[in-house]
Design a protein around this ligand. Structure first.
Ligand SMILES: *[C@@H]1O[C@H](CO)[C@@H](O)[C@H](O)[C@H]1NC(C)=O
Ligand SMILES: *[C@@H]1O[C@H](CO)[C@@H](O)[C@H](O)[C@H]1NC(C)=O
Ligand SMILES: *[C@@H]1O[C@H](CO)[C@@H](O)[C@H](O)[C@H]1NC(C)=O
Ligand SMILES: *[C@@H]1O[C@H](CO)[C@@H](O)[C@H](O)[C@H]1NC(C)=O
Ligand SMILES: *[C@@H]1O[C@H](CO)[C@@H](O)[C@H](O)[C@H]1NC(C)=O
Ligand SMILES: *[C@@H]1O[C@H](CO)[C@@H](O)[C@H](O)[C@H]1NC(C)=O
Ligand SMILES: *[C@@H]1O[C@H](CO)[C@@H](O)[C@H](O)[C@H]1NC(C)=O
Ligand SMILES: *[C@@H]1O[C@H](CO)[C@@H](O)[C@H](O)[C@H]1NC(C)=O
Ligand SMILES: *[C@@H]1O[C@H](CO)[C@@H](O)[C@H](O)[C@H]1NC(C)=O
Length: 371
């Protein structure tokens, strides 16, 4: 049933596209599409579009509109942060030369109409911080040139479509702070140029597919604030040479912290707090010399804090609270000139804290409720 529906949908889109290519479009088409958008805006407190997008003026000089220098068609529409309320009309799909659509930080609601599938030149779409509802639109998978897709801070629900793996040029995928559920489709691991995958603050479940750790271009993998379970692969960093941020805080991941993380040589932020990891901090982590933030607290980690962490010459924040760490705090830690925050609260650490003379940057030191 689902497959038949998909097929039907694909056919319908194809017919729409063919029809579209046979029609004669020009700058008046673009103007009509933008005026339709204007007419779907119910609230424009600063009177921006109402006063500026006037039907008598040339479209290419309207606020937020950019036209191509050769063909004089609309290539970019940026009406971000104008406090606009309204919906997106299907007419916007007539902007056939559109490369960039940015309506970030307004209060548009409803859904993104399927007619936007006509925007075959679109490379950039940012609808962050609006009030869109419904499923992640499946037509997005039909925009072959898309490189940047940010749908964060809306109320999208349902599952992440596996068909997004068709977007072979995609570099940025941002779905933070929606109500997405289900698992990450294994197929997303096929995106060859993905550098940012931000799925934070949804209700995603299951284990993180190992295919995701095979995207060699990945720089930021941000999955904080979901309910991912299972263990991290022991080979987690074998294919992630460019990883700079691994954000997995607030999930239900378990098992040990893989020593293999030391292979992510460029890692700057390692954020694994509030999971169910067990075991110790391996000294190999101290090989991650680019680290600026290390967050491992609020779970069941134990053992001593490795002396070698003092080798992290760029570390600014070390957060290991609410755990079961024992022994004394290595003197090397208090010798790190870049450290701004140390949080060792609620452990079983002993000994005295050296004076902070080697730590000119230190702003916050928490050591309460230890032995
Ligand atoms: C709309 O704003 C643009 C850019 O600020 C300006 O150049 C243009 O003259 C304005 N048009 C009208 C009709 O106000
Ligand atoms: C869109 O416009 C805003 C406000 O003028 C600006 O800060 C932002 O850089 C623009 N973004 C793009 C992608 O053009
Ligand atoms: C633009 O899109 C709308 C709705 O999708 C459609 O009704 C209209 O005929 C299209 N073409 C022109 C030239 O405006
Ligand atoms: C979304 O809508 C709700 C009420 O419907 C409103 O309280 C909230 O401020 C809106 N969010 C944004 C980002 O505009
Ligand atoms: C798009 O993705 C779906 C699901 O992953 C796949 O079945 C389909 O063949 C893909 N279509 C294209 C045109 O690549
Ligand atoms: C990850 O990549 C390796 C090496 O290219 C390959 O052997 C393995 O099958 C891939 N795993 C997944 C889950 O895609
Ligand atoms: C997360 O998933 C686990 C296992 O499915 C479940 O036991 C737990 O209640 C879930 N936690 C939250 C906060 O949803
Ligand atoms: C990684 O750390 C271990 C233990 O501290 C050390 O013996 C090893 O030489 C380091 N490897 C590299 C490549 O720096
Ligand atoms: C602190 O740093 C100084 C200068 O780099 C070094 O000589 C000393 O051995 C270090 N002390 C500890 C405990 O790591």
């Amino acid at each position: 049933m689902g497959k038949i529906c998909n097929l039907f949908f694909a056919l319908a889109i194809l017919i729409l596209l063919l029809h579209h290519h046979t029609s004669l479009a020009n700058i008046d088409t673009d103007k009509a599409a933008l005026l339709a958008l204007k007419s779907h805006i119910s609230f424009d407190p600063n009177n921006i579009l109402a006063s500026n997008w006037s039907s008598s003026g040339p479209v290419c000089s309207w606020i937020g509109i950019t036209c191509g220098s050769r063909h004089h068609r609309v290539t970019a529409s940026n009406i971000s942060s104008m406090q606009l309320h309204g919906t997106i009309p299907p007419h916007l799909g007539n902007l056939s030369f559109l490369v960039s659509l940015n309506i970030y930080n307004n209060n548009f609601h409803g859904d993104l109409p399927n007619e936007l599938a006509h925007l075959q030149r679109l490379k950039f779409i940012n609808v962050r911080s609006n009030n869109f509802t419904g499923a992640i639109p499946s037509f997005l998978s039909l925009l072959p040139n898309l490189r940047y897709m940010k749908l964060s801070w809306n109320q999208f629900s349902g599952k992440i479509p596996s068909s997004l793996s068709n977007l072979t040029k995609l570099e940025f995928l941002g779905f933070q702070k929606n109500s997405l559920e289900g698992e990450i489709p294994r197929e997303l691991g096929d995106l060859p140029y993905l550098t940012v995958l931000d799925l934070q603050d949804n209700q995603l479940t299951g284990s993180v597919p190992t295919s995701i750790f095979n995207i060699t271009t990945m720089k930021i993998l941000a999955l904080t604030g979901n309910n991912f379970t299972g263990k991290l692969p022991t080979t987690i960093c074998d294919h992630l040479p460019s990883l700079e941020g691994l954000h997995l805080t607030s999930n239900s991941l378990d098992g040990v912290i893989p020593p293999n993380l030391e292979k992510c040589r460029k890692l700057q932020i390692l954020s694994l707090s509030l999971n169910e990891f067990v075991g110790t901090i391996s000294r190999e982590l101290a090989n991650l010399t680019a680290l600026t933030k290390l967050f491992l607290g609020e779970q069941h980690l134990e053992g001593e804090i490795p002396v070698e962490l003092g080798n992290l010459k760029k570390l600014q924040q070390l957060s290991l609270p609410d755990s079961m760490f024992t022994g004394s705090v290595p003197a090397s830690i208090f010798n790190m000139s870049t450290l701004q925050l140390i949080d060792l609260r609620q452990n079983k650490l002993s000994g005295t804290l050296p004076s902070g003379r080697g730590m000119p940057s230190l702003e916050e030191l928490y050591f309460g409720l230890n032995n």
